[in-house]
Write a protein that binds this ligand. Sequence first.
Ligand code: SF4
Length: 466
Amino acid sequence: MRRRLLLILPALQQLDNYAFRLIKYSRFPPLSLLTIAGMTPEDEWDIMVRDEHIESSQVDGHVDLVGIQTYISCAGRAYELAAHWRARGAKVVLGGLHPTSLPAEAIQHADAICTGPAETAWPRVLEDFERGRLQGVYRGTCPGSAALVPLPRRDLMNPHAYLIRNTMVTSRGCPHSCDFCYKSSFWGPTYYEARPIAEIERELSTVEDGLVFFLDDNLLANRRHARAMFDLLRGSGVVWQAAASLDVTRDPGYLDEAYEAGCRSLFVGFESISPENMRGNNKTVNATTDYLEACRRFHDAGIMINGSFVFGFDCDGPDVFERTVEFAIEAKILTATFHVLTPLPGTPAFERLAEDDRILNRKWEYYDTDHAVFRPRRMSPERLEAGHKRAYRDFLTYSSIFRRSLGLPGAVKRLAYNIAWMKVDPVWVAIVRLGLMPYATRLFNRLLRFNTRVKPSGQLLKPSPL
Ligand code: SF4
């Protein structure tokens, strides 16, 4: 008899405004759930995937097994859903970052939990479920897991809800060990593994719209892997975005290679404009990088910057918000996210603050990078939260958008991209509800392709044919 499996991404709890959830989370589908679906035998299971940021997770009829991806800030909602489905007679498994960092807490709310990579745990979960002995902790092991990543079941996601349909992972882990980074509690501090290149090629061949967001922790960290990826991507017609650390700017030729292979935007963790903060949190690569020069090199290569900044480190005083936004404007950073420092369980940052008795609460729904859950050293928690909000506002003013867009090649395109990315909120809900996302995707795709680049000599180059 066929079984029914329901895979759920619970809504982040502080985001009780449905419209805001759509705005914030309709950019990417839940890749982990689609990957777990890809590991589940199609001939034995009917699989449903529900992302609560864009739709209800409720389904009619009996469900045999429920898998819930559990981030820290949605843990409360995940536990609620687990109780609901267990009361309806289903077996419930929790997996993801939060059960991995706090297994003793998570197991109290489910029949079983998966910790670490699902590729080496999920098949055992299914086997034990079939035998009626599902229980306890299923520990996924890291080494060898990257080779087991299956094709994600993109056919199961809501086809009109996401801006970028093709998210992919080609490697896992990162050579750096920043104290605040969650990857260390999931993968361990030193683990790095790339997927076999033939597997990546197979997955890339399923990309139909020429647009990919790589979700690797740090795609460009391992040059051998990255260059093998460049070989696959160069000339393929795919434009892509990914995350990278600042060390990639030490070799401008490497950035040129990335551009030639279709890279158009990189998510870069600047974290703090204070080198002391970076040294104090083991992100020495940032402490030893000239940020303005690094930004110039990204721009010379034709690669747009999506910057990430964190407030609340020990050297941050009340002026940090204004100084950070001023830097982002001066460096012409196109898009940015700002975060309140959030000590995540299992990280050295959490351990240190807990030892100093500076953790204010363990209500996980507030661990969402919008709230201060610890006592900062040089300002009050309230001032930290207010400064964080103000930084967003100041970064998103039209004056800031103009200053960040003008003065670089492709200014009109940068302006359009900036406004499209940062100012579409009032129409975003309508775009999702009216099923217009495919048009938004096409527009976004075009904006990415019309990227003009400038070589260090100042010579303008046409976009390279892809
Ligand atoms: S460079 Fe980025 S991914 Fe790597 S450890 Fe630091 S924060 Fe995490």
